[in-house]
Design a binder for this molecule. Structure first.
Ligand code: FAQ
Length: 327
């Protein structure tokens, strides 16, 4: 007979901390989904809050590089699609902030850490978008990398995060196709358009590979995340999946991969890349990327300028609650 939520809660209450952890890990091994009100080890909760809040911030800060091109999109069709994409990213941030709240931290607290600079977000959004081709590259490469990572997270052990990922992946797939269409059109266009695509590809290729996190032997979180069923594949496994898929796509576009060491390894059946420039990644993480300051300033300014909206909405909600209480 399947044990119900009430039965499990009563049984877990009677256990020692060690027994509870053992029981929890056996549920993870059995691929059960963990829901917000169920008992979970403190480290599980902490890891989820860390990773999900970084993810939510990435979606929100990720609106800025693309938002930069809304007023300069080359046609009305492109402008409409770009506005919709940027708006989708805001929605993704909100799904994930809501999912973080189920772990007992308020959205205000999580967001404050973004604004005071103590929270991380994906390093990729600290690079500038200097040409229209960058909008194609973000859709194709950045959304493409996010999809590979998030398709795995859609099967992670924490219910609210997994469900948010399912919805997000559907929209990201659309974004990727939109990006590929832009890149494909530029690559089939004039010599100047093709050169613009290549120049942009040269700038985005290596930073995108870093989106999957540090190499497995250097990643301090992967082993624990895998034990908790939060990550189902390691950083290097997902990065390799991305490389194999995108080398082929780049070749189809006629783009040259900016890696003189790249070769196809017949034995493993995978493309092998040269060394990733991790020094650059650490510099961006330290706040020294090309746009770190600009991104944070934009979010701080938007938060200040939106203060009156938050205050008006709270005043309205308070008034309505009082009126309802009287009825
Ligand atoms: N940037 O031990 P690991 C998107 C940090 S969403 C910044 O390997 P972990 C959608 C890491 O936090 C993109 N920091 O870490 C979109 C850790 O620091 P901490 C975001 C990074 O967690 C598209 C330290 O280094 N996606 O693009 C990065 O096991 C287009 C040690 O590293 C997610 O957040 C990095 N790239 O693996 C939006 C998905 N890599 O916290 C707009 C969820 C590592 O210990 C437009 N997150 N660090 O101080 C994950 O899957 C994982 O957290 C990883 C990192 C894979 C990002």
């Amino acid at each position: 007979m399947v044990e119900g939520h009430f039965g499990r809660t009563t049984r877990i209450r009677a256990m020692s901390e060690e027994q509870r952890t053992k029981d929890f890990l056996s549920r993870i091994d059995a691929k059960e989904t963990i829901e917000p009100k169920e008992w979970m080890p403190e480290r599980y909760r902490e890891q989820l809050v860390r990773m999900m809040s970084q993810h939510a911030h990435s979606e929100i800060v990720g609106m800025l590089p693309e938002g930069n091109w809304i007023t300069r999109a080359p046609s009305l069709r492109r402008k409409i699609a770009l506005i919709a994409k940027v708006q989708d990213e805001a929605g993704h941030g909100h799904y994930i902030y809501s999912a973080v709240e189920t772990l007992g931290v308020s959205r205000e607290e999580v967001y404050r850490k973004l604004l005071d600079g103590s929270a991380k977000y994906s390093h990729i959004f600290n690079y500038p978008t200097t040409s229209w081709a960058d909008i194609g590259m973000i859709g194709w490469l950045v959304d493409g990398a996010a999809i590979i990572n998030q398709t795995m997270l859609a099967r992670c052990s924490y219910g609210p995060y997994a469900r948010a990922m399912l919805r997000i992946c559907k929209e990201e797939n659309f974004h990727k196709k939109q990006g590929m269409e832009i890149v494909s059109r530029l690559c089939r266009g004039t010599a100047a358009q093709k050169a613009m695509a290549q120049e942009s590809f040269d700038r985005w290729w290596w930073p995108t590979l870093m989106m999957f996190g540090l190499p497995d032997e250097k990643s301090k979180n992967t082993a624990e995340l895998m034990q908790f069923g939060i990550k189902l594949r390691s950083n290097d496994e997902l990065r390799q999946r991305f490389i194999d898929m995108n080398v082929k796509q780049a070749q189809e576009f006629g783009l040259t991969i900016p890696d003189p060491d790249l070769y196809f390894d017949e034995d493993s059946g995978h493309w092998q890349i040269g060394p990733i420039p991790w020094e650059e990644f650490f510099e961006v993480l330290k706040g020294n990327g090309p746009c770190n300051r600009e991104r944070l300033d934009a979010k701080i300014r938007a938060h200040e300028e939106g203060r009156w909206v938050r205050e008006a909405a709270s005043a309205f909600a308070e008034k309505r609650a009082k009126r309802r209480a009287k009825q």
